[in-house]
Design a protein around this ligand. Structure first.
Ligand SMILES: NC(=O)c1ccc[n+]([C@@H]2O[C@H](COP(=O)([O-])OP(=O)(O)OC[C@H]3O[C@@H](n4cnc5c(N)ncnc54)[C@H](O)[C@@H]3O)[C@@H](O)[C@H]2O)c1
Ligand SMILES: O=C(O)C1=N[C@H](C(=O)O)CCC1
Length: 246
């Protein structure tokens, strides 16, 4: 049995993880922590793996505290930067523990990111539209940021230049944000959970890659896969694709 703790356990994702771990035959839920609870070996109650779905402003400090308490960590919380990845990578390597940080655990979203990177070298234009529930505190989504970076890296490796765009004036910022040069548009709409469209265009043709999470259970197979596989990946792993042999 894998003993599992959840931080952010009272949240939308954390409470869904609590249910999924409780139902998993090879896991035991040993601790549910949320804001205001100390993170220590005592409060983690023998957990081997902790799953963090808290908020972007605290997730890095939670991960350091969890590593100090002696557990491997699966992180779904967004808001990570290259600098915060580097600090966690050093801490995980120094402590001999494992951390997996993934912006999206839905299998469809992981595949959509990979498909977008595969397609990117073959298209002049690429833009990302992410669409989420209006309670989301960060924009753009972690998934959209990762998607855009993957597209930009693939375009760069293929030697593609800037995308065609004749816009001279956009005082309201309606052309969206730019991540590594890739336009990203964020929609917040009541009724949505999490969706993303990647639009790729060439003269006379368009490819649309779309992924929808209609329910938070969509993220659970990926979270359970990460809990089961994390011990075999010492140090920092970014993205669930690493565990899917993609
Ligand atoms: N990786 C994925 O597949 C995936 C999927 C959905 C959401 N997310 C991300 O997960 C995060 C949480 O999303 P949500 O919708 O569950 O948010 P939420 O606001 O419903 O839940 C966050 C929870 O964290 C708690 N919290 C705040 N400070 C804390 C602290 N210091 N320690 C522990 N818990 C603390 C809050 O009290 C709350 O219960 C967001 O960053 C979101 O983007 C990732
Ligand atoms: O509901 C959220 O918040 C989500 N956050 C992740 C992101 O920012 O990419 C994954 C999708 C849902």
């Amino acid at each position: 049995m894998i003993a599992v703790a959840v931080t952010g356990a009272k949240g939308r994702m954390g409470s869904t993880v609590v249910d999924a771990v409780t139902a998993a035959p090879d896991m035991e839920l040993v601790a549910e922590l949320d804001a205001g609870d100390a993170i220590s070996a005592e409060t983690l109650k023998g957990a081997r793996v902790a799953v963090d779905f808290s908020v972007p402003s605290v997730t890095e400090s939670n991960v350091h505290a969890l590593l100090d308490a002696g557990v491997d960590v699966v992180v779904g919380t967004t808001g990570w930067t290259e600098e915060s990845y580097a600090r966690v990578r050093s801490h995980a390597e120094e402590s001999g523990r494992s951390v997996l940080i993934a912006p999206n655990f839905a299998i469809g979203a992981v595949l959509a990111m990979r498909f977008a990177a595969l397609a990117a070298p073959y298209f002049e234009s690429a833009e990302v539209i992410e669409m989420h529930h209006p309670n989301k505190v960060d924009a753009p989504s972690g998934t959209a940021a990762a998607t855009a970076r993957g597209i930009a890296a693939a375009r760069g490796e293929a030697g593609l230049g800037p995308m065609p765009d004749a816009t001279e004036s956009d005082p309201e910022g309606t052309r969206g944000g730019r991540i590594d040069g890739v336009p990203v548009h964020a929609v917040r709409l009541r009724g949505l959970t999490a969706s993303e469209e990647i639009l790729l265009g060439n003269p006379g043709e368009q490819l649309v890659i779309r992924t929808d999470s209609f329910d938070r259970i969509s993220f659970m197979p990926g979270v359970l896969l990460a809990i089961r596989g994390i011990a075999e990946r010492p140090g920092l792993t970014i993205g669930l694709d690493a565990l899917m042999d993609l």
